[in-house]
Design a protein around this ligand. Structure first.
Ligand SMILES: Nc1ncnc2c1ncn2[C@@H]1O[C@H](COP(=O)(O)OP(=O)(O)OP(=O)(O)O)[C@@H](O)[C@H]1O
Ligand SMILES: [Mg+2]
Ligand SMILES: [Zn+2]
Length: 253
């Protein structure tokens, strides 16, 4: 759809010119712009992250190790975006501690792909499950059922904070259904999580074990079940965030 009052094409979507006596018509750039705008609106990126991009992702200059670690992550994430949709694995999983920029980078990828004309949607994991749950309630029904359908069907699904929910069989079934559907269709899933997993390496013991006892980190498998976890790892390029200071704290200094 062209833009109604476009100064270049007058809203027709076409610009005509004369070339060697031949009248030719070219697609006006506003057609693409309008599509990108629609896609952005459709993606439902939360206000906090609508501006998140690689350009405004900053590396900690005061800590060389952290800087290198984060620079590597940024390179790997942007390589995924550059390759898309020809990635060996269709999805991307960003894992690591809170405030390290997982959601920021996930949205940066999504926005970049949207600007290239792809369609995608942002879902907060907890919120999505809540919507699915209430779609079983007749009075709240239809619009929430759409959320589930979109999570299954949209080209690129960004599932933020995967596993941030207490475990019930019901949750496990829902997540397995979404992940399995996307896995079977080879549809990309971009997910973030701060859960632990043996595959990420690192200790499974919580640093601040309460009352001297050993506390174990909650794992992806505990939260979403073995089947969903196994598909998730098979379909996603896994990127571990380095151990860096929480950006929310860094920013407030
Ligand atoms: N390197 C960075 N440069 C600029 N802004 C950053 C950077 N890292 C994080 N931020 C910003 O800090 C805030 C927290 O980052 P973000 O939400 O991406 O972290 P997260 O790893 O997803 O944390 P959580 O696990 O708690 O969800 C966001 O507003 C984000 O835009
Ligand atoms: Mg996050
Ligand atoms: Zn135009």
């Amino acid at each position: 759809m062209p833009i109604d009052n476009c100064p270049k094409c007058g809203g027709t979507g076409w610009i005509s010119s004369d070339q060697d006596g031949l009248a030719i018509a070219e697609r006006c750039s506003c057609v693409e712009e309008a599509r990108a705008e629609n896609l952005t609106e459709f993606a439902q990126i939360p206000p906090n992250f609508v501006e998140a991009s690689f350009e405004n992702f900053r590396l900690p200059i005061d800590n060389p190790t952290a800087q290198r670690g984060l620079a590597d992550v940024m390179l790997a994430v942007s390589a995924y975006a550059r390759l898309y949709p020809k990635n060996p694995k269709p999805g991307l999983l960003l894992a690591g501690p809170p405030g390290t920029g997982k959601t920021h980078l996930a949205v940066a990828v999504l926005r970049l792909l949207i600007s290239r004309g792809h369609e995608g949607m942002f879902f907060d994991y907890q919120n999505l499950l809540e919507k699915i749950r209430s779609s079983y309630n007749e009075t709240l029904g239809a619009s929430n059922r759409e959320a589930y359908q979109s999570a299954l069907e949209t080209e690129i699904l960004l599932l933020d904070d995967l596993g941030a929910h207490r475990v019930t069989d019901w949750v496990e079934d829902m997540v397995t259904a979404i992940v399995t559907h996307r896995y079977n269709q080879r549809k990309p899933l971009i997910a973030t999580t701060n859960l632990a997993d043996p595959e990420f390496g690192g200790s499974m013991v919580e640093k601040s074990g309460m009352s001297g006892g050993r506390a174990y980190k909650t794992t992806i498998e505990e939260r979403i079940g073995e089947r969903a976890r196994s598909r998730l790892f098979e379909m996603c390029k896994v990127i571990r965030m380095p151990n860096i200071e929480d950006y929310r704290i860094r920013r407030s200094k």
